[in-house]
Design a protein. Structure first.
Length: 516
């Protein structure tokens, strides 16, 4: 980038920073002192052509642990724009306390022919020993910042363990006096009302609607600048957080642990524990879709063979709703494949087994409540389904041989000796048979001049036309079984289309395709 032709002039930008806002309102503050010292140093270098720029690059109340500072951002932009030759700071840690950030700044300065000077620390960054000295100083500055942070965190943890209020958003029901939470009677009554109404309604959604109808609002807050916030209708998130807040028990929490606080409780412990138990129960029911518009019969009771809960799910296609049970994600075993089983099929299997256990009672005679009260757990393995009844020994579950297969593009349960498939023809398989006989008709009636012409009329390749012609010579009883949906559960479109050596003998065809 081109710079001014007169290289004897060095345009100097003074950068100042202070971590806190304390004292900045004074007529002569820390930033002014830093700027005055830097200006005096620049004046002493007038013989070198140094000239102080009039622009102010100040960051009052910003930490040196990162580069998210408006003054520094503008300074870097001016360096990149060729407006600054030298950055002058009072101390290196005013510029940054992070070694990584310093490396980024130095790279920017080097790329634009600029440099920086620390008034109180004499070193030359153009030499290797100067860079080493600077890195050592910055390492100590970063170390000091980290130790200070650890000391503050330890102090907060120790203070909270003693039950002290360490600041933050003051919850509804309290005010702060002398750094201590003091209950406000009017707001405390509002808090107790919210806890009691949740127990009565049993739903945060219903509670939110009732509070809105009664115009019960959040706490009104006045900031240091006089700005008024709060006094709004409760959101569900705010209600969940409030109902879990152990401050109302007279406790202080820190990193998952709670300690007796030095403030008074507002909510009785028995009420708080009942609310917590109800919140936990509702969370499980919501996850299992027990209260859904179309609740799944076995919600909360189905698991896969890897020990993962299978949650109710659904998909809609062309206005038709398809229900499934799907394996929940396991954060510690992300490579495990997700298992999915049609809800109607696994529920039907369980109902039939329960009907057998109940003797003469048919599955139609078992109510939803009966089934859920009888079943403790259903485990879906790749080759079997295990049904654990409530009153049975854990070591003696009902075991039903059943395997998960892919059929018509979806996962299905294949159950030996079951006849569930008889009225459920495989549409993809039926379409394959129909296309096979269409191909044979083209060839036999001479409607096509060649194999390529026949393939073009059907919209397939020549190789696939050969597959279709081969399948057109299936035994009539095999074709009838496929059209009626009576083929073996393991026979699908993919498997049939991949049979390259289909025998002409019908008995051999039956043996090959599993019809014997």
């Amino acid at each position: 980038m081109s710079r001014k032709s007169d290289r004897s002039v060095r345009r100097c930008a003074i950068y100042t920073r202070k971590s806190t806002e304390e004292g900045l309102q004074q007529a002569f503050n820390s930033l002014d002192a830093q700027r005055e010292a830097c200006a005096a140093y620049i004046l002493s270098q007038t013989h070198e052509g140094w000239v102080a720029l009039p622009d102010l690059y100040d960051d009052g109340g910003f930490s040196g642990g990162n580069m998210a500072r408006p003054g520094l951002t503008q300074l870097i932009a001016d360096v990149q724009g060729g407006k600054v030759d030298v950055i002058v700071v009072y101390k290196v840690d005013r510029l940054t306390r992070s070694l990584a950030d310093f490396a980024k700044i130095v790279e920017i300065l080097d790329g634009h022919g600029a440099s920086f000077v620390s008034v109180t620390q004499a070193f030359n960054t153009t030499s290797s020993i100067g860079r080493l000295t600077l890195n050592v100083l910055l390492s100590f500055a970063q170390f000091e910042r980290e130790v200070t942070g650890e000391r503050i965190r330890d102090k907060i943890a120790a203070s909270k363990a003693r039950g002290m209020w360490m600041g933050g958003v003051v919850p509804l029901g309290y005010e702060v006096k002398d750094r201590k939470l003091i209950p406000l009677p009017e707001e405390a009554e509002r808090v107790c009302h919210i806890f009691n109404r949740y127990l009565a309604l049993g739903s945060v959604y219903a509670l939110q609607a009732e509070l809105a109808e009664q115009d019960i609002r959040t706490k009104t807050r006045i900031g240091r600048d006089g700005k008024i916030t709060g006094n709004a209708q409760f959101s569900r998130g705010a209600l969940y957080q409030m109902l879990r807040n152990r401050i109302y028990l007279g406790e202080i929490t820190h990193r998952g642990a709670s300690y007796p606080g030095d403030h008074d409780a507002i909510v009785e412990r028995s009420i708080f524990e009942q609310v917590g138990a109800l919140l936990d129960a509702n969370r499980v029911d919501n996850a299992d879709a027990v209260h859904a518009e179309h609740p799944s019969l076995l919600a909360g009771k189905v698991w896969d063979g890897e020990g993962r809960r299978m949650l109710p799910n659904h998909a809609s296609k062309r206005g038709v709703r398809y229900r499934y049970y799907v394996s929940a994600k396991d954060k510690e075993r992300l490579k495990l494949s997700v298992r999915r089983v049609p809800a109607g099929e696994i529920e039907g299997l369980v109902m039939r087994q329960l009907a057998k256990e109940a003797g003469p009672v048919t599955d139609a005679g078992l109510s939803r409540q009966d089934i859920r009260s009888m079943v403790d757990r259903v485990v879906v393995h790749q080759d079997r389904v295990e049904i654990q009844l409530v009153d049975a020994e854990p070591s003696t579950p009902i075991i039903v041989p059943a395997s998960l297969i892919s059929r018509s593009g979806e996962r299905r349960l294949s159950i030996p000796s079951e006849t569930d498939w008889h009225s459920r023809p495989d549409a993809a398989l039926v379409k394959l048979i129909v296309r096979a006989f269409q191909a044979r008709q083209l060839i036999e009636t001479a409607d096509a001049n060649s194999i390529a012409d026949a393939a073009a009329k059907l919209g397939v390749s020549g190789a696939y036309l050969g597959v279709l012609l081969r399948l057109s010579y299936l035994a009539p009883d095999i074709v009838a079984a496929i059209l009626d949906g009576r083929q073996p559960a393991t026979l699908n479109r993919q498997r049939l289309a991949r049979v390259t050596t289909l025998p002409l003998d019908w008995q051999e065809q039956r043996a090959l395709l599993g019809f014997n």
